[in-house]
Design a protein around this ligand. Structure first.
Ligand code: SME
Length: 155
């Protein structure tokens, strides 16, 4: 995954006037090109629920996830990224597909404001390395910049 070139592309989209909707779709498509990642999506936080914005992969029944529920909801409740090497050991887990073995959730946040998250599933155990987390945090931060700017404009 070439995070640097995607972050540059996202900034160019911002400079050209694209809104967060386009950036979120671009980010999911580009991240999903990494063949270790079998499902890639973005959830946005609205009140106390995560709403699925867009994804690449098999359809999921988890289009809305309450904060605190599943790995996705727990990341928001605990305000931290979660790298789950073996989902079968998780009690609070919402299965998308029986094939999924590991999951990574990276929050899209600007300081204390959490806008949502990038959620990635892999059919391999322990698929996500520290360098993936660092790359994805950079991408999530760029998405958060745009979401924060839109929130400021709306208020
Ligand atoms: N596994 C997630 C649910 C989302 S699906 O993986 C797309 C969870 O436990 O919150």
């Amino acid at each position: 995954m070439n995070g640097g070139s995607l972050i540059k592309e996202l900034q160019e989209m911002r400079d050209d006037g694209h809104l967060s909707d386009a950036l979120l779709r671009k980010a999911v498509r580009r991240i999903s090109e990494d063949e270790r990642f079998d499902w890639v999506g973005v959830y946005l936080l609205r009140d106390d629920e995560l709403w699925l914005h867009n994804y690449v992969g098999e359809p999921t029944e988890h289009a809305k996830i309450p904060v605190g529920t599943g790995v996705c909801g727990r990341a928001v409740a605990e305000r931290r990224n979660l790298n789950i090497p073996d989902v079968s050991k998780e009690e609070n887990y919402l299965a998308c597909s029986p094939e999924v073995k590991s999951e990574l959730v990276i929050l899209i946040r600007a300081g204390d404001d959490i806008f949502g998250q990038i959620d990635i599933d892999s059919e391999k155990k322990a698929a996500f390395k520290e360098e993936d987390e660092i790359t994805l945090i950079g991408i999530a931060d760029k998405l958060a910049e745009q979401l924060a700017a839109e929130r400021r404009e709306a208020s």
